[in-house]
Design a protein around this ligand. Structure first.
Ligand SMILES: Cc1cn([C@H]2C[C@H](O)[C@@H](COP(=O)(O)OP(=O)(O)OP(=O)(O)O)O2)c(=O)[nH]c1=O
Length: 206
């Protein structure tokens, strides 16, 4: 029988769990890693997504050190960053921050970068950053105020969730949709499969 390795998802994002489930992958353990996600001065959004996804995965690796049963596990982490030009829009905490982000995104194209980091059972670190270009319609004040009132901006990079109401703001999208939601499925599954993870294991189990 093939040796199966457990997968740890170093994330507290329900979107990432759902996206993996969509691909038939169920992590054996969820480990939300609470890190300082502040960009460094002049840090490019792509570099930020690369760095933070690796920091989350490495933090989970450090946390399981010495725990029996988890030595040969895979560890997966991701980080999603929204940017308009070189300006990085993080996860807003206040309504006023969400409002400024939505005003910036209105009628423009922006990029969404998701960094994916996989630590393999032999502790090799494999990384990718995927980017998607998204164009929003011009948002009226009414659109923005109503969206803010919906609360769907909370906890989301760039103050919107494409999988909800904000999907109706999208005029054009070039690249991976799942990347915008928080985990690029094609690239993540390729990364896992390329490192020997049995991505087909659960497909036949219903
Ligand atoms: C742009 C966009 C982001 N998001 C979410 C995905 C991520 O959860 C979040 C970006 O923040 P992240 O810091 O990438 O992730 P997180 O803090 O939610 O979870 P964790 O670090 O524990 O894995 O924004 C959407 O759900 N929809 C969208 O359209």
């Amino acid at each position: 029988m093939a040796l199966t390795h457990k997968l740890i998802l170093a994330s507290g994002s329900p979107r990432r769990v759902e996206l993996l489930a969509q691909a038939g992958i169920e992590p054996a353990r969820l480990m939300p890693m609470d890190l300082d996600e502040t960009p460094k001065r002049t840090e490019h959004p792509r570099s930020l997504a690369w760095r933070l996804s690796a920091e989350k995965a490495r933090a989970a690796l450090a946390a399981i050190k010495g725990e029996p049963g988890w030595e040969g596990s895979y560890i997966l982490a991701a980080d999603t960053v929204v940017s308009v030009g070189r300006r990085i829009l993080g996860k807003p905490e206040l309504v006023s921050e969400a409002s400024s982000a939505l005003h910036l995104l209105s009628g423009r194209s922006h990029r969404v970068y998701t960094g994916v980091c996989l630590i393999t059972p032999d502790r090799t670190v494999r990384q990718k950053v995927v980017d998607t270009k998204v164009r929003f319609k011009r948002l009226s004040s009414h659109d923005i105020d109503s969206y803010l009132a919906s609360g769907q901006w909370r906890g989301k990079a760039g103050a919107y969730g494409i999988q909800g109401i904000a999907g109706s703001f999208v005029v054009k999208l070039v690249g991976s949709y799942t990347n915008v939601v928080g985990l690029p499925l094609y690239e993540t599954v390729s990364l896992l499969a390329g490192e020997g993870y049995d991505v087909h294991d659960s497909w036949t189990k219903g």
